[in-house]
Design a protein around this ligand. Structure first.
Ligand SMILES: Cc1cc2nc3c(=O)[nH]c(=O)nc-3n(C[C@H](O)[C@H](O)[C@H](O)COP(=O)(O)OP(=O)(O)OC[C@H]3O[C@@H](n4cnc5c(N)ncnc54)[C@H](O)[C@@H]3O)c2cc1C
Length: 342
């Protein structure tokens, strides 16, 4: 039992472990360096009947003042590359590796597939949870499998991509498997042959003549730095709301009233709207109340000026949801989850 308790820490301050900088204390924190450690942490939580919170980089999770039970970090920090058939290169990576460090390591090897996902904060283990995406690429495009330890049987399992049920900012880990599993490793397949994806937004205008993976990476970093506040300067969780999907008929009604409204028809007939535009049209860009505000350059990002708590943030976000609903009859959904929430 002594060994089991060797990495268990009580009353750990997590205010610097979440990018919204919300004040939070973990009742117990467990840092797991490998799969065995993860299994031990889960066993302990089961024996004590503790709630489980899995924490990565805290860039898409909203923390309450106190998190009861066990907060577990999967600090598995390994990357291995191996050649596959043809141009394929397989990457096996531990959940604790920083996502941007992984992108950098792949780009340094001139591997293609995740260069558009540069500068997304957080760790590898969280990447499949909401199927991270940016600039026309999602992790679903390169993911082969996810390894995890399941709280219910304490065993390691490997799920292939189909079993992960990846969708827009969604996966099985947000639904049936929410708060049940700890992701420990991912398998990705990248390509050594150039496969630039420059069709999204202004990316192609920023990429130079050589068009190498490093150049695409640098262009994505430059655009993101210009557009998004750095959480270490101004705490935030990136996009606070998902881009809403509405029916084709609702989109047509809205377009007749707001012809300039950005809209993106989807394969299933629905239409994706730009949540940032809707918020901006309500005159809320730069709006501040107390400790929280809407960023003055990117209306999709809520920022924390300091001294606020989760309840105030949720009340602030609720006012934005109400304003958008009153003007457009569209309901915005929050992207980051609160601890314990599905
Ligand atoms: C400035 C900024 C920009 C962003 N830009 C983007 C973007 O372009 N595209 C995008 O998709 N996202 C973006 N995000 C959101 C965020 O970076 C991603 O969702 C990221 O994958 C979260 O990683 P994390 O390690 O911080 O996860 P956390 O916030 O710690 O956790 C997120 C969720 O995953 C769960 N989780 C974490 N690790 C594990 C694990 N090992 N096993 C099981 N469950 C786990 C948590 O319980 C939680 O439910 C942005 C965030 C910020 C702050």
């Amino acid at each position: 039992m002594r060994e089991v308790f060797s990495t268990l820490e009580a009353d750990q301050d997590l205010s610097h472990a979440n990018t919204m900088a919300l004040p939070s204390l973990a009742e117990y924190l467990w840092r797991a360096r490998n799969e065995r450690d993860v299994g031990q942490g889960l066993q302990l939580a089961n024996e004590r009947g503790w709630d489980l919170t899995v924490l990565g980089g805290g860039s898409n999770l909203l923390l309450p003042r106190r998190i009861g039970g066990l907060t577990l970090c999967a600090d598995i920090d390994e990357i291995a590359f191996s050649s596959g058939a043809g141009d394929a290169v397989h990457v096996e990576v531990g959940a604790g590796v920083g996502w941007h460090s992984l992108v950098e390591a792949c780009v340094e090897r001139e591997l293609w597939g995740i260069e558009n996902l540069a500068l997304i904060p957080g760790r590898v283990g969280a990447a499949p949870i909401q199927n991270i995406g940016a600039y026309g690429v999602e992790i679903a495009d390169v993911l082969d499998w996810v390894e995890l330890v399941d709280r219910r049987d304490g065993k390691s399992h490997r799920l292939d991509r189909e079993a992960c049920e990846l969708g827009y900012r969604d996966s099985i880990f947000k639904r049936e498997l929410a708060n049940q599993v700890v992701i420990t490793r991912l398998g990705l397949t990248l390509s050594s042959r150039p496969r630039p994806r420059l069709d999204y937004g202004a990316l192609s205008q920023h990429v130079g003549v050589s068009g190498s993976a490093r150049e695409v990476f640098a262009a994505v970093c430059a655009i993101r730095r210009e557009k998004l506040p750095d959480p270490s300067d101004l705490p935030n969780t990136g996009s606070f709301f998902k881009n809403p999907l509405v029916s084709g008929s609702q989109a047509s009604r809205l377009l007749s009233e707001f012809p300039a409204m950005p809209h993106y028809p989807q394969a299933d007939g629905r239409v994706k709207l730009a949540a940032g535009w809707l918020i901006d049209q309500c005159g809320l860009k730069g709006y501040r109340q107390g400790a929280f505000g809407v960023h003055d350059r990117q209306a999709l990002v809520l920022v924390h000026f300091g001294g606020g708590v989760l309840a105030e943030l949720l009340a602030f976000a609720g006012r934005i949801v109400d304003a958008v609903h009153a003007r457009f009859a569209v309901t915005l959904e929050r992207e980051p989850r609160c601890v314990g929430e599905r």
